[in-house]
Ligand binder design. Structure first.
Ligand SMILES: *[C@@H]1O[C@H](CO)[C@@H](O)[C@H](O)[C@H]1NC(C)=O
Ligand SMILES: *[C@@H]1O[C@H](CO)[C@@H](O)[C@H](O)[C@H]1NC(C)=O
Ligand SMILES: *[C@@H]1O[C@H](CO)[C@@H](O)[C@H](O)[C@H]1NC(C)=O
Ligand SMILES: *[C@@H]1O[C@H](CO)[C@@H](O)[C@H](O)[C@H]1NC(C)=O
Ligand SMILES: *[C@@H]1O[C@H](CO)[C@@H](O)[C@H](O)[C@H]1NC(C)=O
Length: 465
């Protein structure tokens, strides 16, 4: 807890220094976005930053000591925090009336629009899960092709696999003749529907995490795709939490192992023991946020939410927005590789990411990080009633018998290599384990990298045969 409070303080300091940068550079804002970017220099900076972070994560550095901070009292922190949220909300509502978000054509199109533009063909289906969620999934059909299902990570959506247009994974799979299905897990912008619950009113709608993604959403969509195509098996390509959900499914419902020909796991997040510093801080601080945030806030960064609009506004504001949101936030949390996520394309990404999820989903993720166990949701005092044990049971990875191929990278600030190797050891059927050669390949690069169509996707597609 003490450490979490310190992390919160650090985040506030980062925000203050950002404000300083912001005020300094607003006058330069009109200069062209691209001229600021020097790919060579950025790569050097990236390597330097990476070495710096590596050096300091190995040492036992007391960050609060370093900054000369004293501990904050939590009760005071909590009070201030709630009034701070209220102030920010009031301010933002007024502020939003006066602004326009910068966007690109691809940022404004949805999955259907992007698929029509780049591929010329798309189908959408509503799949209803056993517990009543209505998932909207997309398909680039090919009756004679093998079926492949793509699953996205936390706060993402189907769109992240197609925004790169003709360099995207969806496009390349379709070109190769696959029958491509793309998932949208419950609660994101496309799957914010339920047969009886109203996501705007019923908190119960948001009571889900990767557990429900696996057990309800994936099982329903896999059955639907196999039934629709009249096939016995499909392949799955997952990214991040889209892989954790597959491990949940195959450990809880082992009969699904045989329905998957191959499972290609891109940055499979199951253990989080060697994440980057910023991600570690966020994982530590999440339980505190969860305690002090009002119960009414159940959806996180919903596609239509005020928070998201503010995020998109700030981040789409020229070079300053890029520095603020990419360099200081996203790259710190996921790995720094500006060459592969250039400012112009970042604007398109901001039209799609984040796509919303539940607070419980984020909490489950944080629990996995804090407990260092790939276990079911921790309900604290209620565990005994729900699971019959004081702590939640682990997902049994020995039940995962499908063919798994793992792709991981050295500059992934969420999934470190130690955690990746630990997962590899615990799975019984790893057919391939690839560490990307490109040093700076980050967690988001699996989705967005401008070079992914050269250095990753051809290998991924090879694994499906
Ligand atoms: C980019 O940075 C590199 C290394 O700092 C430098 O050698 C090169 O001249 C720069 N290129 C441009 C176009 O500024
Ligand atoms: C790390 O720091 C803590 C708190 O200052 C201290 O108790 C611990 O012994 C240190 N560990 C190492 C390996 O230096
Ligand atoms: C469908 O897949 C087959 C074989 O996989 C391929 O030959 C054909 O070109 C594909 N059709 C379309 C419209 O992409
Ligand atoms: C599979 O399709 C058939 C016929 O379209 C339908 O009756 C059946 O309910 C479907 N099963 C599943 C699991 O979707
Ligand atoms: C796993 O791969 C092997 C070799 O390609 C294949 O024989 C086997 O059927 C696959 N397993 C499943 C469940 O499809």
């Amino acid at each position: 807890m003490d450490l979490a409070v310190k992390a919160l303080v650090i985040i506030l300091i980062i925000q203050c220094s950002t404000a300083h940068v912001l005020s300094k550079s607003l006058s330069e804002e009109d200069s062209s976005t691209t001229s600021c970017v020097n790919a060579t220099r950025r790569t050097e900076d990236g390597l330097r930053l990476k070495r710096f972070v590596q050096t300091y994560s190995l040492k036992n550095v007391s960050i609060s000591g370093l900054l000369g901070l004293t501990n904050l009292k939590k009760a005071n922190g909590a009070l201030d925090f709630i009034s701070l949220i209220k102030k920010v909300r009031t301010f933002s509502t007024q502020f939003l009336r006066t602004i326009t978000v910068h966007n690109t054509e691809d940022g404004l199109l949805d999955f259907t629009g992007l698929a029509k533009k780049y591929i010329g063909m798309v189908k959408a289906y509503n799949v209803i899960t056993k517990d009543g969620y209505i998932l909207k999934i997309f398909r680039i059909p090919n009756k004679s092709g093998n079926v492949v299902l793509i699953t996205h990570g936390i706060l993402c959506s189907s769109d992240d696999f197609i925004i790169r247009g003709k360099s995207s994974l969806v496009y390349m799979l379709a070109q190769k003749g696959y029958d491509v299905w793309v998932m949208n897990f419950r609660g994101n912008r496309y799957s914010r529907n339920h047969i009886t619950l109203n996501p705007d009113i019923d908190a119960e709608f948001w009571s889900y995490s990767m557990h429900e993604f696996g057990v309800y959403d994936l099982s329903a969509v896999i059955d639907f795709a196999l039934n629709t195509t009249n096939k016995e098996q499909l392949s799955v390509i997952g990214h991040s939490e889209g892989t954790s959900s597959v491990f949940v499914l195959t450990s809880m419902m082992p009969e699904y192992n045989d329905k998957m020909k191959v499972f290609v796991a891109l940055s499979p997040v199951v253990y989080l023991s060697d994440s980057g510093l910023a991600m570690k801080a966020l994982i530590r601080v999440a339980p505190i946020f969860n305690e002090i945030l009002p119960f009414e806030i159940q959806e996180v960064l919903g596609y239509q939410s005020l928070e998201r609009k503010v995020f998109q506004y700030l981040c789409s504001h020229g070079q300053v927005g890029y520095e603020l949101c990419y360099n200081l936030i996203l790259a710190a949390l996921t790995g720094y590789d500006p060459y592969n996520l250039e400012p112009e394309f970042f604007l398109s990404v901001l039209g799609h990411f984040p796509a919303g999820t539940s607070r419980k989903n984020i909490m489950h993720f944080a629990q996995v990080g804090n407990s260092d166990r790939f276990a079911r949701y921790d309900y604290g005092a209620y565990n005994k009633d729900i699971y019959g044990t004081r702590t939640p049971p682990n997902y049994d990875l020995t039940k995962v018998t499908c063919n798994v191929t793992m792709f991981v990278s050295k500059n992934d600030a969420i999934l470190g290599l130690k955690s990746a190797e630990r997962l590899k050891k615990e799975l019984s059927n790893v057919r391939g384990y690839y560490v990307l050669k490109y040093e700076l390949f980050s967690h988001l690069d699996f989705l967005y990298a401008r070079d992914a169509h050269n250095i990753l996707y051809p290998q991924v597609i090879n694994m499906l045969n």
